[in-house]
Design a protein around this ligand. Structure first.
Ligand code: PLP
Length: 405
């Protein structure tokens, strides 16, 4: 494994994430600047092992459908006859329209299609955050934005979600962190890894605070639509005008392999972020966009989200029963959305060590809390078919017994 952080020396006037004009004043026309690079531990951990195990319980989404499940005969014929050219770099107009319908008072000009939500997060961070900018990030979190902010050299303040508050944001703490230098607050709602969902009142409170300090709010909403009680959470852009939403088809919509994501923001910001996206990937695949158009048609969208909700709520019950079969070993604030369960454990073993033991001895993959900087926690994916989940959990039980618990 790579070490957590290491310097890369760059020479030049402009490089990747960093606009070096800021450093030219200090270092002359050709700046030499060490950039710290931080490994994205969770993504690397998953990509190294997720295809190597019998039971991958590390995913946070819902088991995918096939192209056959999605397209009817006529759509399939059209799909098979498509020319595989470049698409629109900002995203297919019909797709952008279909996406925009899922948001209040938004139209195609408020949408930029990306390669997964990961690219949406990347483009957001690259467009908005400069070295030295003050940003507030909530932890634990899908660790991409924290990693990017560190690489960019932002001045980061963390706000830690607590299990005893069911992983909800403490608005007083947030208020105490905000200053007139704060540029951006980044949230993940519903949250990865906790599955907590902010209420409309909490979102309003956050929007009021953001407005008071005139900061941008980035809201990663890739788990929106998989609320276990079927009540879809509102998008943060309904509450606040300076919101940048990132989202995509990988989690609630169950189609990570399409690599379709998007940004939602006001038109000026979309134009700004589109200019950055031209440098990152040009456009998303036309084939994926064709399928995504179908997924985001209102009727299909509702059917897919309802399938996700059904699968997740019955699996959560199964998972809860499994936890109960190990009394005293786990603490758990159940998720309100998303295909994951974040549990604390009382066993005398480090989370990474436990995850590797499970992987090598039982061929089961789960995400260690260490990936979130939270040892003594584990993230289990609960979005797979029930029998697969239950077989995987039985193997975890065997490992727990071997450990003497
Ligand atoms: C909160 C969050 N945002 C973004 C992503 C990236 O997802 P995508 O597959 O859409 O790129 C993930 C993936 O796990 C995630 O959990």
């Amino acid at each position: 494994m790579l070490s957590e952080a290491y310097p890369i020396f760059v020479v030049g006037q402009y490089l990747g994430l960093i606009n070096m004009s800021r450093y030219k004043k200090l270092l002359g026309d050709y700046a030499i600047l060490p950039i710290m690079f931080f490994e994205f531990e969770m993504e690397r951990f998953q990509s190294l092992y997720e295809n190597e195990v019998d039971f991958n319980l590390s995913d946070s989404g819902v088991h995918p459908l096939t192209i056959n499940d999605l397209l009817n005969e006529e759509e399939m014929r059209h799909f098979l006859n498509m020319e595989i050219g470049y698409g629109y770099s900002q995203g297919d107009p019909t797709l952008r329209h279909n996406i925009s319908v899922w948001y209040r008072e938004k139209n195609a000009s408020n949408i930029l299609v990306t390669n997964g939500s990961a690219e949406a997060n990347f483009v957001m961070a690259w467009s908005l955050v400069n070295p030295g900018d003050e940003v507030i990030l909530m932890l634990p979190n899908y660790m991409q934005v924290p990693g990017l902010a560190k690489i960019i050299g932002a001045d980061i303040k963390y706000i830690y979600l607590q299990e005893q508050s069911d992983w909800h944001l403490d608005m007083n703490e947030l208020r105490s962190l905000l200053t007139n230098r704060t540029k951006l607050i980044s949230i993940c709602n519903p949250s990865n890894p906790t599955g907590a969902v902010m209420s409309a009142e909490e979102m309003k409170e956050l929007a009021d605070l953001a407005r008071q300090f005139d900061v941008y709010v980035h809201s990663d909403e890739v788990y929106r639509g998989s609320e276990l009680d079927g009540n879809e959470t509102k998008s943060f852009n309904e509450f606040y005008e300076k919101t940048i939403v990132t989202c995509g088809l990988s989690k609630s919509f169950a189609h990570p392999g399409l690599r379709i994501g998007w940004l939602v923001a006001d038109q000026a910001l979309i134009t700004e972020m589109w200019a950055h996206k031209d440098y990152s990937s040009i456009c998303a695949s036309v084939l994926s966009q064709e399928i995504a158009k179908k997924i985001m048609q209102p009727e299909t969208r509702k059917q897919i989200l309802s399938r996700s909700t059904k699968m997740l709520s019955s699996n959560l019950q199964l998972f809860q029963d499994w936890l109960n079969s190990h009394p005293g070993l786990f603490s758990f604030a159940p998720p309100q959305a998303g295909g994951m369960a974040f549990v604390g454990y009382q066993m005398d073993i480090n989370s990474t060590e436990l995850a590797h033991k499970l992987r090598t001895e039982q061929s089961v993959l789960i995400v260690p809390g260490d990936c979130y900087g939270m040892d003594k926690y584990l993230r289990f994916g609960i979005g797979s078919p029930s029998d697969y989940l239950s077989q995987g959990l039985n193997l975890v039980s065997e490992c727990i017994q071997q450990l003497g618990y």
